[in-house]
Write a protein that binds this ligand. Structure first.
Ligand SMILES: [Zn+2]
Ligand SMILES: [Zn+2]
Length: 283
């Protein structure tokens, strides 16, 4: 018993609780148009970085303006998932996710894809507002208030529709908008943000705390502390953590920071998904 106790305190010493990463639930491999590594390389990196559970969420985009529309190939990807589960199973939990662009607009096609494989969870993402992509600076050739309002109003429509488990990168336009407007403060858009949070809470949609924009000029979590505080205040509890890594070196990147902010906002756990069933894992 004594030995077990001292072993526990030793583990706590070498790996502070705050540094523990429960999962990385937003990652891309070369099965995504913009992924840079194989699934096995991403798995090895997760193990090296002490990430016990990884979710692969390739892009499934159907917007007619997207040059990689319908690029995702399910069968070879699913075979790779099974292979990685067999090879890395003892060290790493491999989840089968998918990132669906505009799941409300392409609802029937998205549901048809989901029916073809036992996905563990589904990310819903808004990358396009009407015929405009929010990754192109031209979308921000209008006042900031108007640009974010257009995005959040579309996000409100998206979160009214069932069919996905986790809302990706809540305020992702900031990645591009920052280069146009500079400073970004969610409080300027609170009236448009709260209706989205309300929909997520009503439908049990979790929020992906996405760390990708920590590495760029914007240097923010999407969503960050203000939005998470509103979410908690309104009754929200469900989050996942995602690096949005497209290469092995970024697996788990920024997730300790995301955990700190989540705790500061009053969140108590992350969601773990298996075949679309959610469980909680204390933070
Ligand atoms: Zn995305
Ligand atoms: Zn992504």
């Amino acid at each position: 018993m004594r030995n077990a106790e001292s072993l526990d305190s030793y583990s706590a010493f070498i790996l502070p609780r705050s540094a523990m990463i429960p999962h990385d639930y937003h990652t891309h491999t070369n099965f995504s148009c913009d992924g840079k590594a194989t699934m096995a390389e991403m798995c090895r990196s997760a193990i090296e970085r002490g990430v016990p559970e990884i979710g692969f969420t390739e892009h499934y985009d159907l917007h007619p303006g997207d040059e990689y529309r319908d690029w995702f190939r399910l069968e070879p990807w699913a075979a790779e998932i099974e292979k990685c589960r067999a090879v890395f199973g003892g060290q790493l939990t491999v989840r089968a996710g998918i990132e669906i662009g505009e799941p409300h607009t392409f609802h029937a096609e998205a549901q048809a894809m989901l029916a073809r494989y036992p996905f563990d969870y589904v990310l819903g993402s808004l990358h396009w507002v009407g015929s405009a992509t929010i990754f192109d600076k031209s979308f921000f050739h209008r006042p900031a208030k108007e640009a974010f309002q257009l995005y959040f109003e579309e996000l409100e429509r998206m979160t009214r529709v069932d069919g996905f488990d986790v809302l990706s990168h809540f305020d992702v336009p900031v990645r591009t908008a920052f280069d146009v407007y500079g400073r970004y403060d969610p409080k300027d858009h609170e009236d448009c943000i709260r209706p989205v949070l309300r929909n997520c809470i009503e439908r049990g949609i979790a929020l992906d705390i996405n760390t990708r924009a920590l590495d760029i000029a914007a240097n923010v979590l999407t969503p960050g502390l203000d939005i998470l505080r509103w979410y908690v205040e309104m009754g929200g509890e469900r989050i996942t953590l995602g690096s949005d890594a497209h290469r092995p070196q970024r697996i788990g990147n920024g997730i300790p920071r995301a955990i700190e902010v989540a705790k500061e906002a009053g969140l108590k756990y992350v969601m773990q998904f298996e075949r679309r069933q959610a469980k909680t894992l204390p933070l």
